[in-house]
Design a protein around this ligand. Structure first.
Ligand code: GLU
Length: 514
């Protein structure tokens, strides 16, 4: 029988979720939805030293903002609860014991000093990568080297110990990664990883495998940084007798800095001028303990749809020219086969481009709400239909919702300065005279739509024998102060004939025509 597809996102609450983590969650979600399976989230908090308060809540809010829905999680439960590893602590011990009983793991009693001494010895002997492994374990204090009676006494006497995996000396470990193809690693390069710590907490490796098995995970989709751990995980599945149901692995490509010089890190964002976190994060400086704030996509004015569309394309492509995909379209188009092996370079212009596309595609009524809210923040009110007209007009010049209010300023204040370049080239007595006549006739204009205003302007200019091209820029500067902006006829229509006329008169009064 086909197994139900079950994928998991397994973050550790050690700080804010980086966009690479969001991408991992997204690809898991897309695959689950595409294949009609389940998406679950498990909090991997076995390393209590790295626990950061607030991080779990941050993860939850980030996924909610992105629209990544969870079928099972610590927050909405599920058939395999609990979904926090710290709450599953009693479940892991028996599997470590099973590995010991079957000869695949052993007790190690070495003190931190003894471990340091071993590393020093190996370093002195020029061993490039000193490890506790199939060779060095023979010189250490563990249940493989000590007499059984002594081991029993140590255990009964409450001596501190860890449980280590007994990695074979000469064996090829292989698995078929869905993105990378066959991965083959020689076991001599794998160390005897600690599975259970002296405080009885499992390490990441043991807890991760036990949980993926118990939670019936079919696909492990995670970042490339976990690729080196995968052979160890394959050994664990084998030794625990779970090889038949071992999940398929898919290791996602790295995210690189915009210039391609290495991995995009948590520290890069604010230094390079863009967020690396979905939401703003209030943390503490690791060294000084001073409060720090890292910017987030949400607070910077990115729309979740744009952010998600952008992230989906960092390492995947649909094989067509289409770039804009809603979440349902991404689900439809997604496949692991089209995830790239090569690293993806972060492109800050691209994420801005996506935001522009999604912002401009919003209904004008919704854009008007952003605009009204920003203007209210500045103590200004504006009628709904005017807000809609303004939003529709200025949206082509906006990347973020806050840009709408900035672009709209010209409607609420008369110019206090005029673009000097345009004035020096285009302003003269003839132009000023023609514009003044236009202003005189405006209030009686039969039609104040953009087309009606244009007809009036054309008519006035014809009567004066001036071409429209000679005055348009000057008129724009007279009405708005600036040499460029949204469509001028629309601006005048929204301002209305009276206000437009008053602005032209102000410009004529203030600008010398010599
Ligand atoms: N807890 C690991 C992390 O923080 C999960 C790795 C995995 O998906 O196996 O990324």
């Amino acid at each position: 029988m086909e197994r139900e597809v079950r994928v998991r996102f397994a973050p550790s609450p050690t700080g804010p979720l980086h966009i690479g983590g969001v991408r991992t969650a997204l690809y898991n979600y897309l695959l689950a939805r595409k294949l009609g399976g389940k998406m679950l989230l498990r909090i991997e908090d076995t390393d209590q030293n790295r626990f950061v308060p607030g991080a779990e809540d941050y993860i939850r809010q980030s996924l909610e903002w992105c629209g990544i829905e969870l079928d099972e999680s610590p927050w909405n439960g599920g058939p395999h609860a609990p979904y926090r590893q710290s709450e599953r602590k009693p479940m892991y011990r028996q599997y470590a014991q099973q590995l010991i009983d079957s000869g695949y793991a052993y007790y190690a009693f070495d003190t931190p000093e003894e471990l340091d001494a071993m590393r020093a010895r190996l370093t002195a002997a020029k061993v490039p990568n000193p490890q506790y492994n199939s060779i060095t374990r023979a010189q250490m204090r563990n249940s493989l080297t000590l007499p059984a009676e002594e081991v029993k006494q140590l255990l009964e006497g409450g001596e501190q110990y860890v449980i280590r995996l007994k990695v074979p000396r000469k064996e090829e470990v292989r698995f078929n990664d869905l993105i990378r193809g066959w991965v083959v690693v020689h076991s001599s390069s794998i160390d005897d990883k600690v599975l259970m710590k002296s405080d009885g907490m499992p390490t990441y490796h043991l807890a991760n495998i036990v949980d993926d098995h118990l939670m019936e995970i079919t696909h492990v989709i995670r970042g490339e940084e976990w690729l080196p751990s995968a052979p160890l995980h394959v050994l664990l599945y084998r030794y625990l007798g779970w090889e038949d149901t071992m999940p398929q692995f898919a290791h996602l490509p790295l995210l690189l800095k915009p210039d391609g010089t290495g991995k995009l890190s948590k520290r890069d964002g604010d230094r390079l001028g863009f967020p690396v976190f979905p939401l703003e994060w209030h943390g503490k400086d690791a060294e000084t303990g001073e409060p720090t704030v890292s910017s987030g996509y949400r607070e910077s004015g990115y729309l979740p749809e744009a952010f998600i569309n952008f992230l989906a394309f960092l390492g995947w492509n649909p094989g067509s020219q289409q770039e804009l995909f809603t979440m349902p379209e991404l689900i439809e188009a997604f496949s692991i086969e089209r995830v790239s092996k090569s690293p993806a370079r972060f492109d800050q212009n691209k994420v801005r481009w996506y935001n522009e596309q999604y912002l401009r595609a919003k209904p004008d009524a919704e854009l008007a709400q952003y605009l009204t809210a920003s203007l209210q923040g500045q103590g200004m009110t504006v009628p709904t239909d005017t807000a809609e007209q303004i939003a529709a007009l200025v949206k082509e010049r906006a990347t973020f919702p806050a840009d709408l209010a900035r672009e709209a300023q010209l409607f609420f204040a008369r110019p206090t300065a005029y673009d000097e370049q345009v004035i020096s080239k285009k302003w003269n007595a003839q132009v000023a005279g023609a514009l003044l006549e236009f202003a005189r006739q405006l209030p009686g204009a039969p039609d104040a739509t953009p087309d009606g205003i244009k007809a009036l302007l054309t008519q006035v200019l014809e009567a004066q024998g001036i071409k429209i091209g000679q005055v348009l820029q000057a008129l724009r500067v007279a009405v708005t102060g600036a040499g460029a902006g949204p469509d001028l006829m629309h601006i005048m229509s929204i301002l209305g004939p009276q206000e437009t006329a008053a602005r032209i008169e102000q410009a004529v009064a203030q600008l010398p025509t010599a």
